[in-house]
Design a protein around this ligand. Structure first.
Ligand code: HEC
Length: 244
């Protein structure tokens, strides 16, 4: 019978190296979760991360434009009266034409918005000094674009495949039922592929946001458990390899 290497066969220095790697990867993963929270929370106008935020990220809010969402939400207080807000909303609805902009919208923005929304203000906000830059914000929000998703997908797949592979290699040194192990080494990869596929599907079917969240959560759970089982078997588990 071939003899496979297990944690019981590794030196203490190797186990220290492996442990430091796993702990650092675990912490990196927690930061990845925090980053995800800050990237997506509040998209729907409410504090905190929700399924709607994830839907908006990929599918978009469809019935809103960035300008409309802003003046209905966080920027409402910068407008002097509801009539001014309605003027801008009507202008968007009627097709956001250049003539309409100069006649009706530009004066409102000059008085109420330009102090912050100009190149001179130094704030990281879109400038409202030209029709071209304002009209950008009047397109229907259809979520992340396909090129943006392709970019994030390739970075994710390359990067995460490496991480899952190295953690999986260490997980092979654990002792357990062989059928469970064979299934378990594949699971994080399967959930990762499902997660990324569901980003694209959510662009068409917003309800797939639930699959995005479930698959993402399962990548984290299966991968986190691999790390914990490795650490446990390295330092606390009594091997029964010798008895076989
Ligand atoms: C006191 C400074 C200030 C004024 C005045 C102001 N804004 Fe803003 N605006 C901000 C800041 C800061 C942000 C970015 C943070 C945020 O989204 O809350 C922002 C964000 C926005 C966005 C979102 C841009 C995006 O990237 O989606 C829109 C649209 C907007 N403002 C419209 C307006 C309009 C219209 C007015 C005038 C009625 C206005 N703002 C007045 C400071 C200002």
């Amino acid at each position: 019978m071939p003899k496979y290497r297990r944690f019981a066969d590794t030196s203490v220095s190797e186990r220290i190296l492996d442990s430091m790697f796993l702990i650092t990867i675990g912490i990196a993963y927690l930061f990845a979760i925090l980053n995800l929270y800050y990237t997506h929370q509040g998209r729907d106008g409410e504090e905190g991360l929700s399924v709607t935020d994830v839907m908006y990220a990929y599918y978009g809010s469809h019935n809103q434009t960035r300008l409309g969402a802003a003046i209905n939400g966080p920027m409402a207080s910068n407008l002097p009266n509801p009539a001014a807000k309605q003027t801008i909303l009507d202008w968007i609805k009627e097709g956001a034409t250049e003539e309409g902009f100069h006649a009706k919208v530009e004066p409102i923005m000059q008085d109420n918005c330009i102090a912050c929304h100009s190149a001179e203000s130094g704030l990281p906000v879109p400038s409202f000094e030209s029709y071209a830059s304002v009209v950008q914000l009047t397109k229907t929000d259809t979520g992340a674009t396909i090129p943006a998703l392709v970019r994030v997908s390739h970075i994710h797949l390359f990067g995460i495949a490496f991480i899952l592979f190295f953690v999986g290699r260490l997980f092979l040194l654990c002792e357990m039922n062989i059928k469970i192990k064979r299934l378990y080494v594949a699971l994080p990869f399967i959930f990762l592929l499902l997660d990324i596929a569901s980003w694209f599907i959510t662009k068409i079917i917003p309800e797939f946001a639930y699959v995005v969240i479930a698959a993402g959560g399962l990548v984290g759970t299966t991968f986190g458990l691999q790390i914990m089982i490795c650490l446990y078997q390295m330092w606390l588990y009594k091997s029964n390899v010798e008895e076989e």
